[in-house]
Write a protein that binds this ligand. Structure first.
Ligand SMILES: N[C@@H](CCC(=O)N[C@@H](CS)C(=O)NCC(=O)O)C(=O)O
Length: 280
């Protein structure tokens, strides 16, 4: 069980799992590979750090592409070749490729091997109903909402998805004006799941996915305070590589951005000192 290795990249879904891996202190138990930010015809590719700084190759299977792992796990595989992938070195197969499940595995399965973080949970029993409820509408309208706007191929589809996205951001702003975190004043997986989308919002989605009604930096002071607060937790900043994030989206989605030009804005300075919420 402990010989596992997730393959990650700078996708917001994979990023969630990197955060929980760090917060739960699993670095020595669970290895990490980071794919090349450029997703080409064959999908996610492994590169060496010399080829692309920030990349970590697959030194277990020596795979060149993520797809090879899917076929190694199942030669008849017919689905998408997505990240994250949680790979079991021992049984040589994919244990899981769903970020929301991987973060729960990391949250509690390895506790006996990590005394320093044993019992630390981002999905506490007494808050589960609230976490599940908030995850649901955030996933639909925000995490996935930005994609629905960005990949819309008709004006009608874009119009249909843009309003629920900003309605949810307004609702999140309201929640965070009253509380330190999304579920009261406890930092939970709901915050982690949303945070990786918010970090990408101004530098990527606002331009690339045309979600430009408002920005986090100028229109959502409480979301910005919350985003900075989490960024400033120990180990979190190291999970963010804004160069990879921006170059991934703007260079990989040629149907949206045929020139591959990467715009200049890196989003708000998340390291900027914050005034904590009054309940903190
Ligand atoms: N349900 C998956 C979704 C993962 C997912 O869609 N990953 C994207 C990156 S943002 C991907 O790898 N896409 C590659 C493809 O669809 O070919 C999760 O949350 O883990």
């Amino acid at each position: 069980m402990i010989q596992t290795r997730p393959f990650l990249q700078k996708s917001k879904f994979a990023h969630r799992t990197a955060i929980v891996r760090a917060l739960k202190g699993l670095e020595d138990l669970i290895g990490l590979s980071v794919v090349d930010y450029l997703m080409g015809e064959k999908g996610w590719k492994f590169s060496t750090p010399e080829e692309q700084p920030g990349s970590i190759p697959d030194d277990i299977n020596n795979a060149q592409y993520i797809r090879e792992l899917y076929f190694k796990a199942n030669p008849n595989y017919e689905g998408r070749f997505t990240v994250p992938v949680l790979w079991d070195k021992k049984t040589q197969t994919i244990v899981n490729n769903e970020s929301s499940e991987i973060i729960r595995i990391f949250n509690d399965v390895f506790d006996d091997f990590t005394p320093a973080t044993k019992g630390k949970t981002y999905y506490p029993e007494h808050l589960r109903a609230q976490i599940d409820e908030i995850n649901e509408w955030i996933y639909d309208t925000v995490n996935n909402g930005v994609y629905k706007c960005g990949f819309a191929t008709t004006q009608e589809a874009y119009n249909r998805h843009i309003e629920p996205l900003f309605k949810s951001l307004d609702r999140l702003e309201e929640i965070l004006s009253k509380h330190e975190f999304l579920v009261g004043d406890t930092f939970t997986e709901a915050d982690i799941r949303l945070w990786t989308t918010i970090v990408r919002f101004d530098p990527v989605y606002h331009t690339h996915f045309k979600t430009n009604k408002k920005t986090i930096e100028h229109d959502y002071p409480n979301i910005l305070r919350w985003a900075r607060q989490i960024y400033q937790f120990p180990k979190i900043a190291d999970t963010v590589n804004m160069h990879h994030i921006k170059h991934h989206y703007f260079e990989s989605h040629k149907q949206i951005n045929p020139t591959g030009i990467v715009p200049i804005n890196d989003g708000p300075d998340l390291a900027h000192p914050i005034i904590k919420h009054k309940n903190a």
